[in-house]
Design a protein around this ligand. Sequence first.
Ligand SMILES: [Zn+2]
Length: 494
Amino acid sequence: MPSLLNVYNTLSAQVEKFEPLNPPFIGLYLCGPTVYGYPHLGHTRGPIVFDVIHRYLNYLGYKVRFVRNITDVGHLVNDGDEGEDKIAKRAKIEQLEPMEIAQHYTDAYHFCIDRLNVKRPSIEPRASGHIIEQIEMIKIIIENGFAYEANGSVYFDVLKYAKTNDYGKLSGRILEDLLAGAGEARRELEGQEEKKNPNDFALWKKASVEHIMQWPSPWGQGFPGWHIECSAMSAKYLGKTFDIHGGGMDLLFPHHESEIAQSTACNNVNPAKYWIHHNMVTINGQKMAKSLNNGILITELFEGNHPLLEQAYSPMTLKFFILQAHYRGTLDFSNGALKAAEKGLQRLMSAIKTLENLVPAESSSFEVKELKQNIEDALNEDFNTPIALAHLFEAVSWINKINDGNAALTTSDLDFFKAFINTIVFDVLGLIDEQKEMGTNLVDPLMQILISMRNEAKAEKDFKKSDDIRNKLLDAGFEIKDGKEGTTYNFTKK
Ligand SMILES: [Zn+2]
């Protein structure tokens, strides 16, 4: 199929025509979470951005194998080669097995990301389940002369690699600059003396007796370095070279630069053709940091349960808010911005309801196909969701005009219009009509139980109880009304 899609490739720092290696198949690898804590707002942008990329590739007719890993070993505090493993540290604090920690926080991650209607990956491999693959890869890198063993640990030889390869080609870091800064690092960090050069990074680390996560290897008991898991698992499930590797811009260096170096040193090929990186999020203009107490958990956002939040925001409000910015641009969370997103989403959803009830006319007063083309053009230009949304809101005003009798569509144009608006909104952007969902899930039967309890209390003249139930429901956003056809309710909060 001819490709009309253009993507920004971090590797070339240019927008390139997207030409998959083996169409219609696409291999997509995304660095997943390190599961040692509850997910916060910063963890939502990657899954949402790559969900739209995944869904849009499907829309274009591609068959995508989407791999997103779970890091459950090897990611040390401060993202370096020294110090405690993040999972092991949490396991000690909570007095649980490391794998209990990994499972608990993987479940928490799934719970939050599922609510955002992000499609699960085709394969979700864990680092701890691929120790053998990582050891095999390290063995080949040593054989090829790009890594060395020192005191039970194995390090990647950055200087040796840089002699024949461009180390820094992804992140733009220049080796000379790294070397200049490395002297400082050598003085500050203990344990660096095993390395030939401070820029060398660990492929395998020797485990002390008390280290609670360790495996046997040709170099003794130990555990893998942080970067090697992604190289080993992407090669296993997508091949030595595949189409797209994604992640946040914070992973460019050292994580992704190291992945390229490892895969090239092992397989002699650059692992991914296109490298796609999303930008980070800030809160009220500031970076998220423990010291600022602005690390809002995803569940806190959904419940409105954080000092920085003026109200609760629904999963789709968050998703819509993230899609309003281009994925490479910065994104700042604030109550004002989220409230505006909530309003915009409501306008879109109510227009889609109106669309279902529009009546066709004899002739059409505007070009529906042009609207569809504009939305596709926007998404073809490096997945530009804000421009696609702007065209969707053009569609919203047409819907309202038709409803007011100020515009018209023929039966076939109206059918076309309905089909593509629904496809773009629900299948490609992955939004959900939350109010509609609300009516179809458990809320309605539960409300009927509460209403009958309240009406029984009323019949027994226990007005304190009946008023109490009504007021508590009102606080929760459900307004009860007594009418000719019995008691009904509506949801007042969005
Ligand atoms: Zn990774």
